[in-house]
Design a protein around this ligand. Structure first.
Ligand code: F0G
Length: 456
């Protein structure tokens, strides 16, 4: 059979509410045109994020009931730890309440004034945490990764020439080398196993530890299996173990590829780094056998890690995005190609080329999509990345809008509804105007800043 189906049936449903356009315009104006400010029950299809928004399986809900809530030494922790180590063979696994808590711990050890930390592309919370420590982050993704239309199987790869030069130039200022798999900020694009190995080798040649931000490790492994020569016959589990086997540590948001609604971890091999991490954890998250999570959360993650490497799931997961990208592409809408793992990215700078980057074409598109169809998306562009540490502003590398798909949550007809909405928008998009920011915090402004329509 050629049809790729959702490889599950639905046991429990949650109604979603249809709203009128005039209602949606009112809701959004009241939030200062920031989609993070909406009440979620005023959203029809919520593609704001794939983080913590997925559906748990019946097996995960069953595991929740066996959660042991002991303060120290809970058996739920040991089941969680074993599930992580089965895929990621690190010596120390330290749970946190979500990914950014693991990042805060990582940079409490490795960050600090004057330090420089390279990655393919740091995600916004990673950058926020390392900058808060006084360090500076550098994005060294390959040139194809910055070009929405460049077709490349692994657009998340690190530019090895740039990294070697960087390590030579910055020497002692570099405390570690990072890679984000998949590269979220660059369009959910994968990193090849060859690139992961080469980055590890370079980092180690210069005496630096190598860390992976592994949020979407299973999606990344699926791309390795289906796109990298010699990998097709290997199991996802083997590929995942190879990816992490060359690393010295990782940070993780278990709200992505562990099917969790909450959770994360930092894992390392080095005993001293582990000890310092645990000290920080005890001060900020909790005791090392629960790290800000309930025992029942740890059980859900342990089961989720067993389910996420299922090939039928990954085939359906990756196909959903590819289907939408194919349809939008056929309609002449500029999309990031090939499709990424967790999301579809629209090149708003190219599609709304009458709106200057500093008037936020991505924000204009995200607002229009909600007003028209009740779909919530997320700007990944100049609003998110344009503000500089010195308070100035400059255009981000790209102005994208992300449609991130929660795991196992929406069906084919939801995808078709999204495609239809873009068809409608295509007719009126030249009349959309830009935005200006009227209030913003110092860091990570996209979550809470308020906008005004220019000319309104
Ligand atoms: N790293 C990457 C690559 C991420 O995508 C995220 C979260 C984090 C770290 C932080 O994890 O949310 O558990 O604290 N990304 C979400 C998103 C928020 O919508 O892409 P967290």
């Amino acid at each position: 059979m050629k049809t790729i189906i959702e490889p599950f049936r639905i046991k429990s449903v949650e109604p979603i509410r249809l709203t009128r356009r005039d209602e949606r315009e009112r809701y959004l104006a009241a939030t200062g045109y920031n989609l993070f400010g909406l009440h979620a029950d005023d959203v029809l299809i919520d593609l704001l994020t794939d983080s913590g928004t997925g559906a748990m399986s019946s097996m995960q809900w069953a595991a929740v009931m066996s959660g042991d809530e002991s303060y120290a030494g809970s058996p739920s922790f040991y089941r969680f730890e074993a599930a992580v180590k089965h895929l990621m063979p690190f010596k120390h696994v330290i749970p946190t309440h979500q990914g950014r808590a693991a990042e805060a711990i990582l940079f409490s050890v490795f960050g600090g004034e004057g330090r420089r930390i390279p990655s393919n592309t740091h995600f916004d919370t990673t950058r926020g945490n390392l900058e808060a420590s006084g360090a500076f982050g550098d994005d060294l993704v390959i040139a194809e990764g910055r070009d929405p239309r460049a077709e490349h199987p692994f657009k998340g790869n690190m530019d090895l020439g740039l990294l070697e030069d960087y390590l030579g130039r910055h020497g002692d200022a570099v405390p570690l080398v990072m890679l984000t798999i998949t590269n979220n900020a660059g369009g959910g694009q994968p990193v090849s196993l060859a690139n992961i190995r080469a980055v590890a080798e370079l980092a180690h040649r210069f005496g630096k530890p190598f860390f992976i931000d592994g949020c979407r490790f299973a999606e990344n492994a699926w791309f390795i299996k289906t796109r990298e020569p010699g990998q097709a016959q290997r199991s996802i589990e083997d590929i995942v173990r190879d990816c992490f086997g060359v690393a010295d540590g990782m940070t993780m948001s278990a709200k992505k590829d562990a099917f969790g609604n909450i959770g994360g971890w930092i894992a390392v091999n080095d005993d001293v780094v582990a000890e310092r991490s645990r000290q920080h954890l005890i001060r900020t998250e909790g005791f090392p056998t629960y790290g800000g999570l309930a025992g029942r959360d740890l059980e859900a993650l342990a089961q989720g890690l067993r389910e996420i490497v299922d090939e039928d799931y990954l085939r359906y997961r990756i196909r959903t995005n590819a289907y939408i990208v194919e349809q939008l592409d056929a309609m002449g809408i500029p999309v990031v190609k090939p499709a990424g793992g967790h999301a579809v990215f629209i090149d708003a700078r190219a599609w709304l080329d009458h709106i200057a980057p500093l008037q936020y074409p991505g924000q204009a598109l995200a607002v229009a999509l909600y007003e028209l169809a009740g779909i919530r998306s997320c700007e990944i562009g100049t609003v998110m990345f344009g503000s500089q540490p010195d308070g100035s502003e400059r255009p981000a590398a790209m102005d994208l809008v992300r449609l991130a798909f929660p795991r196992r949550t929406y069906t084919q007809s939801h995808a078709d509804y999204v495609i239809e909405a873009f068809g409608e928008l295509a007719a009126t998009k030249d009349r959309l105007g830009g935005y200006r920011i009227v209030s913003q915090p110092q860091r990570m402004r996209h979550f809470t800043c308020r906008f005004e329509k220019i000319g309104a």
